[in-house]
Design a protein around this ligand. Structure first.
Ligand code: F6R
Length: 608
């Protein structure tokens, strides 16, 4: 996720910005840059790759100055190139902007400015902001930023400097966090505390729809309507390493907690609620073909594969497309039939998984059209596919995938609704599903609010060496994903099964020391799952149920219960998925495992 660090004060700014950027490295990035006011010039330097590249470049030039803005970029609009890195500037090179977030109406704003003769250098949505602020500048930077942001739809944490207003930084927030830091030699701005933790622990959190103006000796906060706001300083007690984790003990837990936001990011700007239809700009190049598609193969590995399996059931429910899901590593050994107009959908967090890339090549050879659902912009899979949809979930640092699973299921649902609305879904059905998607972030928060309860369950059972996860239909792949999460970070042996298969073998394992996680929301598989629970209880196996909120019938039957809010059957795996992630996390934590870097595993598997 992009990072922001800014300083205006009495000290030389270059080392402060470089130090802040290094502290923000943990967020993941693909390029970095800074702009420093040096006399009446603004020096701009940007580099693709590590901060060390940028450092090399700026160390070779003599830049003095006590005010500047700097940024680590995680590409969203446009590939990681120097021209797309931040700061972005306006045509006349007066206004310099760094930005976290996504400007949704950037295309219409771009067209509007192109008609006024503005030429653009980058593919970023951030340049739109720089150009707009440049156009609106009339002596007051604060006013130009305020006016420009009122024309913008989307999310931002933004910091702006202008050549003719030296010693002044204007910042604004809608959706993307910004923190102001106060020290005895000047003021800081950061996307999180890590950016400034070496220099100060006195901070003020900017809230949504607020702006601030910072100078060497002063800062002032106002609403987006320019109404002044008073806010007192807070003291943060974090050390530098804790700041990177935003107070969480591990990246995995931090990422589990990011899910209300990452689900929002997956649907942001992609819904037409009144039409009951999503809009997915990334698939426009293949749309004419895709809407006629009746056969789809999803290829992926690990957690992405399980998300694909949930997607298969969703497509069956909402569309007329036959969907198969294949492990990318097995794909080339299959002799799959590719009827005319088959789409192969490659799904991957990293976009670099070697098996998935090999499957794409094989599918291309067989004449399929290729779609990517990928988190990392500009990664290999995005280049090898004909079109695609990004997760916009920010970097996932914990090796175990969490926020990407729920984001992938959300995006597959969007795609299924879009195609389904062209096939069999009514307007009312489309509208209802969109409403359910919009409700998901708050529902995930409700699951997260049971964290202490889930931790207590984990404390009771983490000593058990074998676990079973059971589910049916949409929750069968979720059971496999739940088992994968537990085994990979806690090293506890776990199996995920279709509950109907239990009687064909795994039931032999059930005993009082083997917990079963039964995913049993109130859906059309409910009664059948209840029979499975009876079978386990009859053999004295402990049962941890993930069930619909307020389901007293299940509560009375099982040993432990985690509640998920009611939603459409096919969205239950998202809510149940979060519960399984927390359960796995706390088991691993009680066992003292190295959660973010489990043994033998790599985040990106680039070998076949
Ligand atoms: C499990 C996990 C892995 C990945 C798999 C695919 O928690 O992270 O199973 O899901 O290696 O990786 P991507 O999605 O990057 O292709």
């Amino acid at each position: 996720m992009c990072g922001i660090v800014c300083y205006v004060g009495r000290k030389e700014v270059k080392p402060i910005l470089l130090e802040g950027l290094k502290r923000l490295e943990y967020r993941g990035y693909d390029s970095a840059g800074l702009a420093i006011q040096d006399g009446n010039r603004i020096e701009l330097h940007r580099a693709v790759g590590k901060i060390a590249e940028l450092e090399k470049e700026v160390n070779d030039v003599n830049i003095r100055g006590t005010m500047g803005i700097a940024h680590t970029r995680w590409a969203t609009h446009g590939e990681p190139t120097e021209e797309n890195a931040h700061p972005q500037r306006d045509q006349d090179e007066n206004t310099f902007v760094i930005h976290n977030g996504i400007i949704e109406n950037y295309l219409s704003l771009k067209r509007m400015m192109e008609r006024q003769g503005i030429t653009f250098r980058s593919e970023t949505d951030t340049e739109i902001l720089a150009q707009l602020i440049g156009l609106n500048f009339d002596g007051s930077l604060h006013e130009a930023v305020r006016k420009s942001l009122s024309q913008v739809e989307g999310t931002f944490g933004v910091a702006v400097i202008h050549k003719s207003t030296p010693h002044e930084i204007v910042v604004a927030r809608r959706g993307s966090p910004l923190i102001i830091g106060v020290s005895d030699h000047g003021h800081f701005v950061g996307s999180d505390i890590a950016a400034m933790v070496t220099y100060t622990n006195k901070v003020v959190h900017l809230r949504d729809n607020e702006m601030a103006r910072l100078t060497v000796d002063d800062f002032s906060i106002s609403t987006a309507q320019a109404k002044p706001i008073e806010r007192s300083l807070e003291t943060v007690e974090w050390r530098a390493e804790e700041a990177e984790l935003n107070g969480f003990p591990h990246f995995m837990l931090k990422e589990i907690y990011e899910q209300p936001e990452t689900i929002k990011n997956a649907i942001r700007g992609r819904l037409e609620p009144s039409e009951g239809v999503p809009k997915l700009g990334g698939i426009e190049p293949v749309w004419e073909k895709l809407k006629e598609c009746r056969h789809m193969v999803i290829v992926a590995c690990g957690t992405s594969y399980y998300a694909g399996c949930v997607g298969m059931y969703i497509f069956e429910k909402l569309t007329e497309i036959d969907v198969e899901v294949e492990l990318a590593s097995e794909f080339r050994y299959r002799k799959l039939n590719f009827p005319r107009n088959t789409f192969v959908v490659a799904m991957s967090q990293s976009g670099e998984t070697a098996d998935t890339l090999a499957a794409i090549k094989e599918a291309r050879r067989k004449g399929a059209s290729l779609l990517g659902i990928v988190n990392v912009v500009g990664s290999s899979i995005t280049r090898e596919t004909d079109a695609g949809i990004y997760n916009h979930a920010g970097p996932e640092i914990g090796v175990a995938s969490t926020k990407i699973f729920t984001s992938q299921v959300t995006i597959l649902t969007l795609l299924a609704v879009l195609l389904g609305r062209h096939q069999k879904l009514s307007l009312t059905e489309g509208v209802e599903i969109i409403r359910a998607l919009q409700a998901l972030p708050n529902q995930v928060k409700k699951v997260l609010s049971q964290s202490n309860h889930i931790q207590a369950i984990a404390e009771k059972y983490y000593g058990c060496g074998n676990w079973l996860f059971l589910g049916r239909k949409y929750n069968y792949p979720l059971a496999m994903e739940g088992a994968l999460k537990l085994k990979e970070i806690s090293y506890i042996h776990a199996e995920g099964y279709a509950a109907g298969e239990m009687k064909h073998g795994p039931i032999a394992l059930i005993n009082p020391k083997m917990p079963t996680v039964a995913v049993v929301p109130k859906d059309d598989m409910y009664e059948k799952m209840i029979s499975n629970i009876h079978e386990i209880k009859a053999r004295k196996g402990p049962v941890i149920a993930i069930a619909t909120q307020g389901d007293d019938k299940i509560k009375a039957m099982v040993d432990e219960m985690v509640e998920i809010p009611p939603t459409f059957d096919f969205l239950n795996p998202i809510l149940a998925g979060v519960s399984c992630q927390l359960l796995a996390y706390y088991c691993a934590s009680f066992l003292g495992r190295e959660i973010d870097k489990p043994r033998n595993l790599a985040k990106s598997v680039t070998v076949e």
